[in-house]
Design a protein around this ligand. Structure first.
Ligand code: F6P
Length: 369
């Protein structure tokens, strides 16, 4: 593939994560230094496909001037969506029903018409699966791994994860004192989808006494025993971190809204269930805190800013070296490129034999098993 590039586009898709703006800024600055023009697509691919919302076209020029001062800001100046998958775009049919239609060819046509030579797609599993499909259809694409959940394979970490963990840990720090003062059980539900990375890291950093993650179906008896044992030792309070995707052995995970056309299932509610059951079974005053979308907001940590800039500049380098169909990834100590095909559709959960999990166990954290 010729490495000659003049104009590139960048899009951010899926749930937002702290560090998106730092990626955008680094792509624009490093691409401009090569003499390339950059364009931002609004709201995932909706800027191209959602004509009703963007009658004038949802793609605009990004210059170094336009991205000045955004590196420390949360969110994304491009906007994002987890509803506009071009491979399964929800389209209203004449009979009023909604059907998923593959509109990916329209993306390629748009790139050809606008003489855009390549795409930097910043996203999680969904966006990178789309990026891989577009690459297979002939578009020049490089992916950048984003998600607070850290559930993408083939990269040590995604950007956004560190900020989410940092915030959740700070919340746990605060909950210790109020829980101890009132001799309460505090249950803290955190996001993470089907992976327990946020719960595990925040639980260890924040000194939780039990951490329940999707990778380890839990037995609530074990958590009750942990709380009562602490009480018997005079430690009259306990902090329990529950990942939204965790579930009891032999039971179901808690779903707030089932999957529907154009949208994956929405998790949530396991914290409430767990808090209620713990209150009943320990007879201790129990309170619930759901951190939810607070984990996605705010300014990225310095680790996430640096990761975002390493990824953004590496994406531009990858394109200038002639790569396509790859994701930039962190493989300490360096950033490398991995095939999108090895990432798309794969989830990285917490390995049961990982030292991070063992760290938690050796610190006396109960995992409900
Ligand atoms: O993938 C990021 C994430 O925040 C998950 O942790 C969570 O399950 C999901 O997105 C929530 O999505 P929404 O913003 O659609 O509620």
């Amino acid at each position: 593939m010729s490495s000659h590039i003049r104009r590139i586009a960048i899009c951010t898709g899926g749930g937002d994560a702290p560090g998106l703006n730092a990626v955008i800024r680094s792509v624009v600055i490093s691409a401009s230094r090569r003499g390339w023009e950059c364009y931002g697509i609004r709201e995932g691919f909706n800027g191209i496909l959602f004509h009703e919302r963007y009658p004038e076209g949802g793609v605009f020029r990004l210059t170094p001037e336009k991205v000045r001062g955004i590196g420390h800001l949360g969110g994304t100046i491009l906007g994002t969506t987890n509803k506009g998958n071009p491979l399964q775009f929800p389209v209203k049919m004449p009979d009023g029903t909604v059907r998923e239609v593959d509109r990916s060819d329209e993306i390629l046509e748009f790139f050809a018409k606008q003489e855009l030579d390549a795409l930097v797609s910043v996203g999680g599993d969904g966006s990178l699966t789309i990026a891989n499909a577009l690459h297979q259809k002939g578009l020049r694409v490089v992916g950048v791994p984003k998600t607070i959940d850290n559930d993408l394979d083939k990269t040590f970490t995604t950007f956004g994860f560190d900020t989410a963990v940092d915030f959740a840990s700070a919340c746990l720090d605060r909950l210790h004192s109020t829980a101890e003062s009132h001799q309460r059980v505090m249950v803290v539900e955190v996001m993470g989808r089907y992976a327990g990375w946020i719960a595990l890291h925040a639980g260890i950093a924040g000194g939780a006494h039990a951490v329940l993650i999707p990778e380890i179906p839990f037995d609530l008896d074990k958590v009750v025993a942990k709380i009562l044992r602490r009480d018997s030792l005079g430690r009259m309070y306990s902090l329990i971190v529950v990942a939204e995707g965790a579930g009891p052995a032999g039971g179901n995970r808690a779903v707030q809204a089932p999957a529907e056309i154009g949208h994956a299932e929405r998790l949530g509610g396991i914290g409430e269930r767990t808090a209620k059951a713990l209150q009943e079974r320990t007879d201790k005053d129990t309170r619930l805190v759901v951190l939810g979308h607070l984990l996605r907001g705010g300014s990225p940590t310095s680790f996430d800013r640096v990761a975002a800039m390493r990824f953004g500049t590496a994406a531009v380098r990858a394109l200038s070296e002639g790569h396509s169909g790859v994701m930039v990834a962190l493989a300490f100590p360096n950033v490398n490129y991995v095939p999108l095909a090895d990432v798309a559709g794969r989830m990285k959960g917490v390995p049961l034999d990982s030292d991070i999990l063992q760290t938690g166990r050796d610190m006396g954290i109960c995992f409900g098993d």
